[in-house]
Design a protein around this ligand. Structure first.
Ligand code: PEP
Ligand code: MN
Length: 361
């Protein structure tokens, strides 16, 4: 996207507190449930009240949302509590209804962002709106697909745009429902520093006990806001039972979270930070240098294997390296997960190098 400078301004112009906090149930269930949660959150740091009206469920037969009637309940929330409202839209009909009912913020769910057809349909339906529109990352870790969706909205003249990081689905076993892949969110921020980025710790964790920690990480990484699912009786919620927190714990969480300032002008702090950053730059350069060296050695091994007609992949040797490195890593305070990931990547690059040498015969 050529210039996103205009985008951050909506956050400032609306004089919203930092961080922007979106709270409310995963799904609107009944009018009473919606209003009860809204009233409990009314005097908190929650700036926007969320409730899913149309629910994209992975399997049929689950609760798929109350539909358009829920929009009337959101109107009541606004009238009774003064809170702004938001909901998910997934097609042109949803957009039309949400706009007619004056929903203040619309978000596009992870299962919609994956489809350029749906994104275009939504963009066309929203054309020129001054509502805030937030795009969740696609289910799969594909930065281009995420940005492509945002671009479609930007091209439709929607200026109050932002993104929601809700983690990525993975086949690998993980403690998260959707792994955060923070480096992807950081890359997103680096490439589009003026596009507001909100974190959704509820869908990342899938577990209310982890929501606080992930929220804190997001704030430490300078995210602009949080979207947290909240229900007065999470155990009996009609969707996402394990991850919703009560309004009371959401309010407590907001008190306990350390909100980082975006920048700090104090010169001592600046100096120390610059110094530490410079040290990191040096170490990073060394890492690249060492990797280059390692690959040169791998090339030599490749040439040797080619000469003797030996297979590139030698699993026993690889497992030996991995075992040693996990132990070494542990003694340096590195987690097994990290060492495994790092060496898998290094090993893959070595194999690529050796394949190249063998194929160039
Ligand atoms: C939601 O916010 O309730 C939701 C369905 O989220 P996602 O699109 O991230 O799965
Ligand atoms: Mn949910």
């Amino acid at each position: 996207m050529e210039n996103t400078r205009a985008l951050r301004t909506w956050l400032n112009e609306m004089e919203l507190a930092h961080p922007l906090v979106i709270g409310g149930p995963c799904s609107a269930e009944t009018e009473e449930q919606v209003l009860k949660i809204a009233h409990e959150l009314k005097d908190s740091d929650v700036n926007y009240f969320r409730a899913g009206i149309w629910k994209p469920r992975t399997r049929p037969g689950m609760f798929e949302g109350v539909g358009a009637i829920g929009l009337k309940w959101l109107q009541k929330v606004k009238a009774e509590t003064g809170m702004k409202t938001c909901t998910e839209v997934a097609n042109a009909a949803h957009v039309k209804l949400a706009l007619e009912h004056d929903v203040d913020l619309l978000w596009i769910g992870a299962r919609s962002t994956v489809s350029p057809f749906i994104m275009q349909e939504i963009a066309d339906a929203l054309e020129g709106t001054d509502k805030i529109v937030l795009v969740k990352n696609p289910v799969n870790p594909d930065l281009a697909l995420w940005l492509g969706g945002i671009e479609r909205l930007y091209k439709a003249g929607i200026k109050n745009l932002g993104a929601i990081h809700r983690g990525f689905s993975t086949y690998e076993k993980s403690k998260y429902r959707n792994i955060p892949e923070w480096q992807l969110a950081i890359e997103f921020q680096n490439r589009f520093p003026d596009l507001p980025l909100i974190c959704d710790p509820s869908h990342i964790t899938g577990n209310r006990d982890m929501v606080f920690d992930v929220s804190q990480t997001a704030l430490d990484l300078n995210f602009d806001g949080l979207m947290i699912e909240s229900h007065f009786d999470p155990e009996n919620a009609w969707s996402d039972v394990a991850q919703q927190v009560t309004p009371t714990s959401l309010i407590q969480m907001m008190e306990d979270l350390k909100i980082r300032k975006e920048t700090e002008t104090d010169s001592g702090y600046r100096e120390s930070l610059n110094n530490l950053r410079a040290q990191i730059n040096v170490v990073d350069a060394q890492l690249i240098e060492m990797m280059g060296k390692r690959m040169k050695v791998a090339d030599k091994i490749g040439a040797l294997k080619k000469e003797k007609n030996v297979a590139v992949l030698q699993s026993r040797r690889w497992n030996e390296i991995l075992g040693n490195m996990i132990l070494e890593g542990e003694s340096k305070g590195l987690s097994e997960e990290f060492v495994l990931k790092m060496f898998k990547a290094i090993h893959q690059e070595s194999i690529n190098h050796q394949e190249k040498i063998i194929k160039n015969s």
